[in-house]
Design a protein. Structure first.
Lengths: 556, 193
């Protein structure tokens, strides 16, 4: 410590040249000290050269006994004599390597870098061994390094998540300092001017290749997930959900109803927090309080705005509950329909007005004023829901996308609607996707564990998130009625898709209602997997006549 | 108003002065009787609110309702109903009183336990402006921690004092940095409180 202080003082009062020298000397001393040979070796080197202790002591400027102490291990060399002493030892080690030729040379002790900082000074610097220059960092198509499982770097041994092209761990760009590789690829004659009985050092030259594992690990055949931290972030958020349930369950002291009440009460702030967390490091910043066009403003608290969400209420005209008959119908239920509908194209910024079809595009979303074409298929639900009035209406982008799909060559079910004007903004489909995945995974887990408390909590979170993201006094974090409408419509569009799938498989669609109800005839298990997962369907049981499995007659 | 944006709207930019947006945003925090005054339920609720306290009578006074106690009793008993002009005045009196009463709550919500409230500022709508005249504006947000500023804003909103609101808005957008002036007009602002 005092030595450093002295050196710094020297730095302050000396010229630039000596400044550099002092720094060099300090660093060199540090390097040498880090690889100091053990006491026996100190003794051996001095005796090999035939120097007396007094001679060495006079050279480095200490007493004879001090050298004796250093060689017996009673004390260790200390500054200021340490640097010259170690220099002498280093030089001797190069001249007199240890007798066992195959053992690693003492030189290695000196040149071995403390696995870290400073590059070797000029005299000790060795070029990066050629063996390593062949290693390239594994990069994805965008040119960025790809992270994988952490492992010790083949070059420096420090753990890294980056990889080389052959799949072994390697620091990004191979910029790390090779750890044990510096034995100065020795032409002994060059480093040691005194011709001396030099043992050939076979161990030092091929040292580098040995360190590389002879069996390259398998090369990943496709780019691996780069954002390793995304998984971790998701795990942390999932922990938030289970912690909330745990907290409320404990607070309620075993009363499950009370715990559920408390959880439902905190569902909105909790889901907004989850949403914010999933938006961390996101690419787009959404507008939470955009200026809204009049069509999206509610004239009063109870009156709706002008957007038609295309909520279905379809009953097949050919069948009736009232008519006597024996057509078997099963009422089916889509699981977590609104959760799935979070995957939808949502406008990012504030909505902008365009005339004609200018606002329609794959990367835009919002609401559109359209005149739909006539729907002529009585046996299939109208994708626009049970609309009675003719003429133009404002629909969401999700509904328009469905209509355009159905008018395309693949379906050919209807004419394309005429778009008059639009309020749209640039859109992305992934806005709520992280939240959807998070809640979906937690839901799946809760179902597998039979955890109704968590299940109800998650249900409250996503349903309240959607229902309060517009104008609501219960959630003031955002005012995006356009999002709410688009998500609702997407849920209806998804349901329409299921109805169409059943129809294509030969089932008859008897009814399609609400967000998630589909009544079909025939063996629906051939078409839809049964279960509680988001991609599965289950039989809907309810109080009404038309629930579970029931029969209808052919209407006259 | 900070005013280097000389002739606002000359090239087709659309927006409102920040002071107005500030008033609108505070206004949106007020809740009250949802039923309209011309419904039986809405009228009864307003009359009950206005006749419960002295402040209610003062509010009716300010709104220009000068009727005899007998008439007022008849309204309350639903024996007679106010004429159209008085219905309008009753509605005005109700919202006037309601604003005064919720002002304290609004201030408390905006203070947010001393942390202040984060304001999202959406710039003016430039979609009708030629590209060469467009300014490069993005949505900004600024955390207003100065609680005194919120008090002044709410008081000014209550008194319909647009000048004071304007002064408050100028102080809010000062925190935006060198282009604060471009936000003296906005398309909308909002906050979670």
């Amino acid at each position: 410590m005092s030595n450093i202080a002295v050196s710094i003082a020297q730095l302050l009062y000396s010229g630039r040249m000596s400044e550099e020298n002092s720094v060099e000397a300090l660093l060199e001393e540090a390097r040498l000290a880090a690889a100091m040979p053990p006491p026996e070796e100190r003794l051996r080197l001095r005796e090999a050269a035939g120097f007396s202790r007094a001679h060495i002591a006079a050279t480095v400027g200490v007493g004879r006994q001090t050298i004796a102490n250093w060689e017996s291990g009673a004390t260790d060399p200390t500054p200021p004599a340490r640097l010259p002493y170690l220099r002498i030892l280093k030089g001797l080690a190069e001249i007199y390597p240890p007798p066992a030729a195959h053992g690693d040379p003492v030189a290695a002790l000196f040149t071995q870098q403390p696995s870290g900082p400073a590059p070797a000074p000029a005299e000790a610097t060795a070029p990066v061994p050629a063996t390593f220059t062949g290693l390239e960092t594994l990069r994805g198509p965008d040119g960025r390094a790809i992270e994988g499982d952490p492992g010790p770097c083949v070059q420096c041994g420090v753990e890294t998540t980056y990889q080389s092209t052959d799949g072994r761990p390697l620091h990004s760009g191979a910029l790390c300092q090779p750890a044990t590789s510096t034995p100065p690829a020795p032409d002994p004659a060059a480093t040691a001017p005194i011709p001396a009985p030099v043992a050939p050092a076979p161990a030092s030259a091929p040292a580098a290749p040995v360190r590389v594992s002879p069996v390259p690990s398998p090369v990943p055949n496709r780019p691996q997930r780069r954002a390793k931290s995304a998984d971790r972030a998701q795990a942390e958020l999932a922990a938030l959900i289970s912690r909330a349930v745990q907290e409320e369950a404990e607070r309620a002291g075993g009363d499950e109803d009370a715990a559920l009440q408390a959880l439902i009460k905190r569902a909105i702030p909790d889901v907004m927090h989850l949403f914010d967390e999933t938006r961390a490091t996101a690419r787009y910043d959404y507008t939470a309080y955009p200026a809204l066009p009049d069509i999206l403003k509610k004239p009063s608290k109870k009156d709706p705005d002008q957007i038609w969400e295309a909520r279905p209420r379809f009953h097949h005209p050919g069948y009736s509950l009232k008519a006597p008959g024996s057509v078997q119908v099963t009422a089916l239920d889509v699981n977590a329909a609104y959760l799935s509908a979070l995957k939808v194209w949502l406008p990012i910024g504030k909505l902008e007005h365009t005339n004609g079809g200018d606002g329609v595009g794959p990367k835009r979303s919002g609401v559109h004023l359209i005149t739909p074409a006539l729907w002529i298929h009585d046996h299939l639900p109208n994708p626009l829901g049970d609309r009675d009035e003719p003429g133009a209406l404002w629909v969401t982008d999700a509904t328009l996308r469905l209509l355009l799909r159905l008018s395309g060559p693949k379906y050919g079910l209807t004419e394309a609607p005429e778009v008059h004007e639009s309020w749209t903004s640039g859109a992305t489909e992934n806005f709520l996707d992280a939240l959807r995945k998070l809640l979906g995974a937690a839901r799946e887990e809760a179902i597998a564990a039979g955890d109704t408390l968590t299940l109800e909590y998650i249900k409250a979170m996503y349903s309240k998130f959607i229902s309060t993201m517009g104008e609501s006094i219960h959630n003031r974090e955002m005012v995006r009625p356009d999002w709410m409408h688009n998500i609702h419509s997407q849920a209806y569009a998804n349901l329409w898709g299921k109805a169409y799938k059943a129809h294509q498989a030969g089932l008859k669609v008897i009814a399609m209602m609400g967000t998630d109800e589909l009544h079909v005839t025939g063996d629906w298990r051939q078409v839809f997997p049964e279960g509680r997962g988001v991609s599965q369907m289950k039989v809907k049981h309810g109080d009404g006549k038309a629930s579970g499995e029931y029969t209808v007659g052919v209407a006259l | 108003m900070a005013g280097r944006w000389m002739d606002f709207g000359q090239y087709g930019a659309k927006g409102a002065p920040g002071a107005e947006a500030l008033g609108t945003a505070i206004e949106s925090m007020v809740t009250g009787i949802a039923s309209p005054v011309d419904s039986e339920r809405g009228l009864a609720a307003r009359l009950r609110y206005l006749t419960a306290t002295d402040a209610g009578y003062e509010a009716m006074d300010r709104a220009g309702i000068h009727v005899s106690p007998r008439t007022l009793m008849a309204w309350l008993a639903e024996e007679r109903s106010p004429n159209r002009a008085n219905l309008g005045r009753l509605d005005a009196a109700y919202w006037d009183l309601r604003r005064r009463n919720v002002a304290a709550d609004i201030k408390r919500r905006l203070h947010n336990d001393g942390r202040g409230t984060r304001v999202e500022i959406n710039p003016v709508n430039q979609s009708a402006v030629d590209r060469k005249h467009q300014r490069d504006l993005s949505t900004r947000s600024v955390n207003v921690r100065d609680l005194d500023l919120w008090d002044r804003a709410v008081d000014a909103w209550m008194d319909d004092d647009l000048e004071e609101l304007d002064a408050v808005w100028d102080e809010i957008i000062e925190d935006l940095g060198s282009d604060y002036d471009a936000y003296s007009n906005v398309s909308s602002i909002g906050w979670a409180a």
